[in-house]
Design a protein around this ligand. Sequence first.
Ligand code: PLP
Length: 291
Amino acid sequence: MTVLVFLDPEFPEGRLAEADVPQLRATDLGATRGDGIFESMLAVDGAARKMEAHLDRMESSAQALDLIAPERETWERAVATALRELTVREGNGEAVVKLLLTRGAEGADSPTAWVAASPVPAGSRERTADGLAVLLLDRGYDSTLADRAPWLLLGAKTLSYAVNMAALRYAKANGADDVIFTSSDGKVLEGPTSSVILAVEEDGQKTLLTPELESGILPGTTQRALFDAAEAAGWARGYGPLEPAHLMEADAVWLVSSIRLLAPVTSIDGTPISSSPALTEELTALLRGAL
Ligand code: PLP
C-alpha cells in the first residue's frame, strides 16, 4: 500500500490523496517526457533517514533542471504527514519514501510535487544479502563529460530512469543480478540504482574507495554517510579513478543505496571476486549507526 501526499499551497501539511485512483494530469511533463526529479529515502518507525542529504541533492538536481523546488520545510511537512498516515495504516517498520517533482502539466507554469510512502517490500534486502552477480556495462560516454555537457544532467537524479531499468533487465536476461556501468574510457562509474564501493586492507589499514564524483555519477547519500562513519571508526577513504581491475583485486565490493544499504558483489562478468561477510557486517553496523 502507498500513501500519497501532494504539495499544495492550500494544504500547509500536504494534501493526502488516494494512491489507487488517477492523480496526475495526462499532460504532466514528468509523465510525458520524464522531465522531473526524485529522491528515494529510507524511513524507520516513522522517521526519515538522511533527510538533509536527500533534500540537499533534491535542490542540486532541481538547479540542474532549472526547476523551482518547493521549500525544504514544505517537503518536511509532507513527509511527516505521509509517514504518520503510513504508521496508522501499517504500524511501525521500514518504509520507502519518495519525493517527486516534475515540471508540471503542459502549459501550466507550476511544478507538480508529491511524496509517496510505502513499506519496504518484504525480503527485498535479504534477496541481495547472499551476493550479487554483476555485469560491467558500457554507459557510452567518457568520465570527463559531465562538466563539458551540463545538458546531459549527469549527476542529477532525474525521472528518466528508463536506461537504468533497461540495463537491469539486460543483466537479468543474461543471468546476472545487477550492473556496474563503466565509461567509454574504461572507468568504473555506478550501478543503475546504487553507488559502487570497494574495500582494501593493506598492512592492517582498511580503506574504502569509490569512483570520483566528477565522473558524472550521482553523489550517493549512503556512500557519503558510510565514508563518514567508517572514517570515524579508523578506516581511510579514497576516491577514484577506478578501473575494473581495482574491483577484481579488492578485498570486497558492494553496491550501496538508501533502501538496500550494502549489497555484496560476488562475481563480475561471471568471474568470482573476493567478498567478506565480516566486512559487510562491520560496515552495515557502521552505516545503520550513522543513519
Ligand atoms: N546512483 C544511482 C544512479 C542511483 O539511482 C542511486 C540511488 O537510487 C544511488 C547511486 C545511490 O544513492 P543513495 O545512496 O543516495 O540512495
